[in-house]
Design a protein around this ligand. Sequence first.
Ligand SMILES: [Zn+2]
Length: 147
Amino acid sequence: MPQIILPPSIPGQRPGNVQEKIRLALLDEFPDLLADYTALQFSIGWCWLVERLLRDLRESVTDQAVLNRCFPLKAIYSRYSFLEIHFEEELPDDWDELIQTSKRHSMDTCESCGAEGKRSYRKGNHFVLCVICRFLRKASLTALETS
Ligand SMILES: [Zn+2]
């Protein structure tokens, strides 16, 4: 049974190297779908979405020719508050629903802690945050702005 990657236990608090630990854990878990050069630059709260997507891809994409052509992935990253996945070569349409589902879920999943969140736009940036992370971010932005 693969180990589930959990979001940080304290919403909004990130140990310094957690991004690198997640990257290494995903590379270890999915050596068939990811490579060292795969850019993994997504928000930490979305790591469970990424893990689920990779599991779904592994289970459903079994055609060796497609695997050889489209994997390892080029990149998984956050863009305008949703997950973006780039393949070595365009994945056939049969699997588009998997990609779209991850993208849709990222739009209402807190990018900081992985809880249910809401999209918002502030000072030129898009965010998906839960109530707690929204409050924490607002509090720290306010503290920075007034110091
Ligand atoms: Zn949150």
